[in-house]
Ligand binder design. Structure first.
Ligand SMILES: Cc1cc2nc3c(=O)[nH]c(=O)nc-3n(C[C@H](O)[C@H](O)[C@H](O)COP(=O)(O)OP(=O)(O)OC[C@H]3O[C@@H](n4cnc5c(N)ncnc54)[C@H](O)[C@@H]3O)c2cc1C
Length: 219
């Protein structure tokens, strides 16, 4: 791609997976180098461009998980399997899994923010011998907003997973932590409730990994 870094190219949509009404994963034909955490500019003539992170990488495709919020993303949702989209990239440094090997890993992400780290989480889920402990903390607005549900089932088995939602219907349980009126409740692996006190999910992002982890706090 030397000299062509900024040139758009046409790429075919090979599969569309619907997660929620406004979040779809578009698997798009791609044969070049790309790393988790990098992003492509999706270009739609007359509508504009939107940077979208790579949420999955295969031998001949990349996944782009898009949340429909405006002009470009809205128009992207009008494209279907077999259609093509213009893209530029990949851009950004991305994550190199070698940097994290033999480390104690804590990954924290929410909503479509899980996309850029999904490749790294997937790698260490499949190669547990190449890392020490691994904790994934992921937050979504509600159970219906949880993306990559099949992945989370797998990750629950292969690492310490703390999956949170801001709120849920009465009776919603499983291993998903729930928050209401500032109180977060999760279940540990033995199924005992562990109350967590927090204002909002960002509390996790500020608190966990710093003060609480240094103090060895276990949720
Ligand atoms: C590095 C990077 C990676 C990203 N990765 C992803 C990803 O993987 N998946 C993903 O879904 N998104 C991702 N994003 C975000 C994504 O790029 C934006 O959501 C997208 O650019 C929005 O473009 P749009 O044309 O669809 O929306 P726009 O039409 O630009 O609208 C965006 C927001 O602004 C509001 N808005 C628009 N015009 C106005 C106005 N005049 N006044 C007030 N508000 C207005 C809209 O209501 C909407 O909420 C990423 C962004 C960056 C920077």
């Amino acid at each position: 791609m030397k000299g062509q870094e900024y040139a758009p190219f046409l790429s075919k949509i090979v599969k569309v997976k619907k997660h929620t009404e406004i979040e779809y994963t578009f698997s798009m034909e791609y044969f070049g180098d790309v790393k988790p955490g990098q992003f492509f500019e999706v270009s739609i003539p007359k509508y504009g461009e939107a940077p979208i992170s790579v949420s999955g990488i295969g031998p001949d495709y990349v996944d782009l998980t898009i949340r429909r919020v405006g002009r470009v993303t809205g128009e992207g949702f009008e494209r279907y399997e077999g259609d093509s989209l213009l893209r530029r990239g990949p851009y950004g440094n991305g994550f190199d899994v070698d940097d994290y090997k033999d480390s104690e890993l804590v990954v924290i992400a929410g909503g479509t923010g899980v996309s850029p780290v999904r490749g790294v989480v997937e790698y260490f889920s499949h190669h547990p011998g190449e890392r020490n402990g691994m904790t994934l903390i992921a937050g979504f607005k509600s159970p219906g907003d949880i993306l990559f549900q099949e992945d989370f089932k797998e990750w629950d088995q292969t690492m310490d997973l703390i999956l949170t939602v801001d709120g849920a219907e009465d009776g919603y349980g499983d291993s998903t932590a729930m928050g209401w009126d500032g109180v977060y409740r999760s279940q540990d692996r033995e199924g005992k409730g562990v109350p967590l006190l927090a204002d909002q999910v960002p509390w996790f992002w500020r608190g966990y990994g710093t003060k609480d982890m240094e103090a060895g706090r276990k949720f």
